[in-house]
Design a protein around this ligand. Structure first.
Ligand code: NAD
Length: 349
């Protein structure tokens, strides 16, 4: 049978993307819902046919321990709440899939890893791009040497965040601004595509003076990473620019571009091949699109069924969190920060 998921938090992402994606899943199914708003819980649960016995709120969540239909708890709450619900879910004997960013500090990420380890449960971070066909094709190009060696990466993820009152603008709830929310895609892509961990980190942040949205968190974050093989990656993210979600990989003998790269759908890929010193061949590449949320949840379901570690597990989220803290540290100090070389996480499997 399919693996049962409880979705915690019925905000925008859950309602618009995650819940509808269950209909595209092959291995995961919606088994329970958790919400702090009774009227929303009722209407959403009725709509998706979730029985009354599988509807929880934040206070009685622990009762989920007695629901054998639920094997995975998918946390879709503000970032600062991921730790608490990971602990509670693991304690109730459930595996955990948490939205990105994993938490609001590296220390919290470590606690989440420990909580799941102690309970003997799996922990996965919802890095949906790593389950998306075009991004996986970039991975293949980056690792195959087909266009020569990869030399530089430029990535951008920007959008307009309008409301100053929302949790994304509160440091305690979000952990930061554009960087952990959307710049994280650029950071994670650079690590995922190179399979390396940076040895040099530079960051800078900016907020328009007086803008009520950016009193606590940054509006813009730019960063540069140097990898052991000599690859340089640059990322930039803004909360104050129209949607722009692209990545470009420059190789010795060509380049590959995804624009958009980080959207929920509609990825477009362009590839340039050097033919001779004077000629190049530029072409679009078409792949079959898949629901990113469905493939991501099916991966978690697969891991539960076969007791395998998810390939975007806790250590992957922790490493991104550490690097985001290093980017902020560099921005504050106004200098490049050098890191000890360490082995990359293998995400090619
Ligand atoms: P949202 O604001 O739309 O929803 C948040 C939900 O949490 C709401 O249902 C809200 O009622 C509930 N909540 C509980 N306590 C709250 C509190 N103290 N303050 C505010 N809300 C509270 O947010 P969202 O966009 O759905 O984001 C939820 C999570 O999903 C975040 O971790 C976010 O980073 C992540 N996310 C991931 C993607 C992706 O593409 N993977 C996209 C968007 C959001």
């Amino acid at each position: 049978g399919r693996i049962g998921f409880a979705v915690v938090g019925l905000g925008r992402l859950a309602l618009e993307e995650i819940l509808p994606a269950f209909s595209r899943c092959k291995k995961a199914r919606l088994a329970a819902l958790v919400s702090g708003t009774p009227s929303k819980l009722k209407s959403v649960a009725d709509h998706y046919g979730v029985p009354e016995s599988a509807r929880y709120n934040y206070d009685n969540f622990e009762e989920i321990v007695r629901n054998p239909d639920v094997q995975v708890v998918y946390i879709v709450l503000p970032n600062s709440m991921h730790l608490d619900f990971t602990r509670r879910a693991a304690k109730a004997g459930k595996h955990v899939l948490t939205e990105k960013p994993m938490a609001v500090s590296a220390k919290e990420c470590e606690e989440m890893i420990a909580a799941c380890e102690q309970a003997g449960r799996l922990l996965m971070v919802a890095y949906r791009m790593q389950y998306e066909p075009y991004n996986r094709e970039l991975l293949r190009l980056a690792r195959s040497g087909e266009l020569g060696r990869l030399r530089t990466i430029t990535a951008q993820n920007s959008q307009t965040e309008g409301r100053p009152q929302q949790w994304r603008m509160k440091r305690a709830l979000a952990g930061g601004g554009a960087l952990p929310d959307i710049g994280l895609y650029c950071l994670n892509a650079a690590r995922f595509l190179t399979g390396e961990e940076p040895i040099e980190v530079q960051g800078s942040v900016y907020s328009s003076p007086g803008d009520p949205r950016f009193q606590e968190v940054e509006e813009v974050c730019a960063f540069q990473l140097r990898f052991p093989s000599g690859i340089t990656a640059q990322g930039i993210s803004s909360y104050n620019a129209h949607n722009s979600r692209r990545i470009r990989l420059d190789f010795e003998n060509g380049w590959a571009e995804l624009d958009p790269a980080f959207s929920y759908a509609g990825q477009q890929m362009k590839i340039c091949r050097k033919v001779s010193d004077k000629a190049e061949d530029i072409a679009m590449r078409k792949l079959e699109e898949k629901s990113q949320f469905a493939t991501e949840m099916d991966h978690m379901a697969d891991c539960v069924a076969s007791n395998r570690q998810p390939h975007t597990g806790g250590p992957e989220g922790l490493q991104d969190q550490k690097l985001m803290e290093t980017i902020y540290e560099s921005a504050k100090a106004g200098r490049t920060i050098k890191l000890q070389p360490r082995e990359g996480l293998d995400v090619t499997r």
